[in-house]
Each structure stands twice: as structure tokens, then as C-alpha cells.
Design a protein around this ligand. Structure first.
Ligand SMILES: C[S@@+](CC[C@H](N)C(=O)[O-])C[C@H]1O[C@@H](n2cnc3c(N)ncnc32)[C@H](O)[C@@H]1O
Length: 293
């Protein structure tokens, strides 16, 4: 009944205009944001969650091959670019990033160290063999990416191509390990994605601070899958600057799978709300780090 009344009201032109106005949208947005904050405080996190995808966020990948590499200027380094991926699950994310650089920026020399706390996942990554279901687990995956990334004779088993595998080394890695840098070395690009929101906020903060110790003087951090207010607070406190590139589009790609959970579940994510003072820092997923000398 309530739903029917709501639908009828939405059809009335004046009501529809009001709901689409800034005030109308704010009246719907803020109470749900508050409800979302309650969910973050009260719901149990899932530290063992290892859901991942190949080619999860195409616009974030465009930011990788465009402004990220422009900022780092790999040609000026005099050594291969170093990429570190923490919490890499079954390897879909590091192989996606490696494939994108190999295929779109073949001028760039790079090496990647990737790891996860679960040793069985690290072994899977090292093999680089995936089932059709593991590769095709979402609609936006494009065939072009698949053919550039895998060899498959039967369309059932997909082996990551050797020209991509040779760039990536997989190790068991604990993002909380105080000696992490001794295992990974320093990073020009660091990925810490979709793990912080799965652990309690205090532990997420520890992981974030530990990750900072891996960064070279000039570095770029990919940081999706973290409570938005915590991301805004921590990146500001530690002097990371949000990359102002397609922030809304990337946010909407992230929301494709996470909007279902908002505001009632911790992994849900709110719609982009540009009127917030901290909108850029809150919704960005890529941050620039530069130590001033
Ligand atoms: C949801 S997956 C994210 C995979 C990938 N980063 C992505 O965005 O698609 C989260 C991963 O974090 C790993 N993880 C949890 N705690 C960790 C820790 N302390 N150190 C390293 N990995 C951890 C889990 O084993 C899981 O594979």
C-alpha cells in the first residue's frame, strides 16, 4: 500500500520535480546516509570474503594508463616501475592491471608483487588458470580483454598468457605485517582494494598506515572498498591527494555491484552526492602521494 502511494506520488509532475530537485534529493539522501553510518557501526564485517573480478572497473583502468602513469613518469625512473598489490584474492585484480599495462602501454617496463593472506589463493594465483565461471563472472567483461589476457583452447579453462604472467610474482602477504616492505620492496603504484571495509575499522586503519610504509617518495595508491568517511579522513590525515579523474564515473561503476547493499549493509555504497564539501576526497578511489623534500 505504502509503495503504491509512493509510486502514485512519483507520477504527479510536481512531486516528481520536487524529488528531482536538490532539496528533494537531499531529503532522501541524508537520512539514508545516517542509516548507512549505523550499519557501519553495527554490522559484522567479513574478513574472509574473497570476492573478486577480472576487469572490475574499466574507468579506473583508464586512470591507470592515463593520469597515473603521467604523474609517475616511468621513463624518468631509470628502473622498472614497481607495483605492489595487497589482498589480491585469486589474482583477478593484479592480472587485470598487468594485462592493461602490457596491452595499452607496451612502452613501460614494470614488475608487480602481489599477495594475499590466504596461501591457497596465492597458489591459485601462481598457476594463473581459471574456469570460465571465474573469468566471466560479470556482464561488463569485454571479449577483447579476455582474448588479450588468456589462452584458452576449449573455452572452459583459461590460462593467463605468459607475456602477462612474467611481470607478476605472487607471495603470501599479510597487510598487517610490520616487516611487509622487506617482502614486497617499495611501490610506485600500490593497490589496497576491497579489503579495508571487510575488517573492523581499527584494523583497517592499521592496514592503511602499514601500507604507507611501502610507498616510494612519489607514488599512487588505488584504494577502493573502504568506508567512505574513513577513506576521506585517513587520506587527508596522511597527505594523499585525490586524483580528480572521472571520479563520478568510477564511483558509479563501483556501485553496479554494491548499490544493493546500501544503506543497510556495510559493503553497500551510497550514490554520488556532489554537493558534499569533501566530495572529491570521499568518492575518489585513486590518491597521489608525494613526499616534499
Ligand atoms: C574481497 S577480496 C579483494 C580482492 C581484490 N583486491 C579486489 O579488489 O578484487 C579481499 C581479500 O583480502 C584478503 N585479506 C584479508 N585480510 C588480509 C590481510 N591482513 N592481508 C592480506 N590480505 C588479506 C582476503 O583473503 C581476500 O582475498
Amino acid at each position: 500500500m505504502v509503495e503504491q502511494i509512493k509510486t502514485l506520488l512519483k507520477k504527479a509532475p510536481l512531486v516528481r520535480a520536487f524529488l528531482n530537485s536538490r532539496l528533494g534529493r537531499a531529503m532522501m539522501y541524508w537520512p539514508r546516509v545516517l542509516r548507512g553510518r549505523v550499519a557501519l557501526r553495527t554490522s559484522d564485517r567479513s574478513p574472509h570474503e574473497s570476492f573478486t573480478r577480472f576487469f572490475r572497473n574499466p574507468t579506473q583502468l583508464a586512470a591507470l594508463t592515463g593520469p597515473t602513469l603521467d604523474f609517475l613518469d616511468p621513463a624518468s625512473l631509470g628502473r622498472p616501475l614497481r607495483i605492489v598489490v595487497l589482498a589480491c584474492s585469486n589474482g583477478a585484480e593484479p592480472y587485470t592491471f598487468a594485462s592493461t599495462i602490457v596491452n595499452e602501454r607496451s612502452d613501460i617496463e614494470f614488475e608487480m608483487i602481489a599477495g594475499d593472506i590466504k596461501e591457497e589463493l596465492v597458489e591459485k594465483c601462481q598457476q594463473g588458470i581459471y574456469t570460465r565461471e571465474e573469468v566471466y563472472n560479470h556482464e561488463t567483461l569485454c571479449d577483447d580483454f579476455v582474448s588479450r589476457t588468456f589462452d584458452s583452447e576449449d573455452g572452459q579453462s583459461y590460462q593467463v598468457r605468459s607475456n602477462i604472467m612474467k611481470h607478476v610474482e605472487f607471495l603470501p602477504l599479510d597487510a598487517l605485517d610490520a616487516n611487509l616492505v622487506e617482502k614486497t620492496g617499495k611501490a610506485d603504484i600500490l593497490l589496497l582494494q576491497n579489503v579495508l571495509f571487510n575488517v573492523e575499522p581499527e584494523m583497517a586503519q592499521k592496514m592503511f598506515v602499514n601500507m604507507l610504509s611501502l610507498l616510494n617518495e612519489k607514488a599512487v595508491v588505488f584504494l577502493d572498498g573502504v568506508d567512505l568517511h574513513q577513506r576521506a579522513k585517513l587520506t587527508k590525515r596522511h597527505g594523499l591527494q585525490p586524483l580528480n579523474y572521472q571520479v563520478e564515473k568510477i564511483h558509479e561503476e563501483v556501485r553496479q555491484i554494491r548499490k544493493e547493499g546500501w544503506p543497510q549493509l556495510y559493503w553497500g555504497i551510497e550514490p554520488y552526492w556532489p554537493h558534499r564539501k569533501d566530495a572529491l576526497r570521499r568518492y575518489a578511489t585513486i590518491y597521489l602521494h608525494e613526499t616534499r623534500t
